[in-house]
Design a protein around this ligand. Sequence first.
Ligand code: CA
Length: 233
Amino acid sequence: MALPVSVLVVEDEPAILELVAVNLEHAGFAPWRTASAEEAAQRLRQSLPDVALVDWMLPGQSGLALARRLRSDARTRELPIIFLTARSGENDKVAALEAGADDYLTKPFSPRELVARIRAVLRRRAPQLGEQPLEIAGLRLDPGAHEVSGNRQRLELSPTEFRLLHFLMTHPNRVYSRARLLDEVWGNDAVVEERTVDVHVRRLRQALAPSGHDALIETVRGSGYLLRTGTPS
Ligand code: CA
């Protein structure tokens, strides 16, 4: 049920782009193929990937300039960036890291190394939600297995409802505005509107209804939502 890890690939040489993308697909990732910094920026305006693989030497804007641009924009500041490059000089590595790269891979690289580096970067940047199973009043969420159960009855949640519930269960008894939930659960995705939160809360309640755990999620009029660990007073 978990969404595959999405990887933005920016590489102007078609053969390398295809090689990288195919290897990412084999590893279970979802590659987004782009051939220039401009194309990548356009793709990023639609939605954000989990990680970006950026070739240093690109026609037009360089990979280094793209990395600087991503780091200076609040929306993309946290996006992990790995450089792909034929350069291996010490000065180049320093420049890449100063531009905000999280890692640096020199061509030619093995597909296994590429995948291992991506996994390492994602682990370092893992969301604060964690992998620990959570349990509140008989409602259990297991991030590792991507499973939710209510009183031991399996409940079916879509990926978005799962993330929403995960966030609420790790931050119980506090009211969160729609805007804040968008930031935390959707990661600043510009295409999502605040009323989308209402739709997903409604779906989450429907998913939790079979075990009665929909009652844990309260609407706070004019403020937002909260998940209560006990009976409201
Ligand atoms: Ca290139």
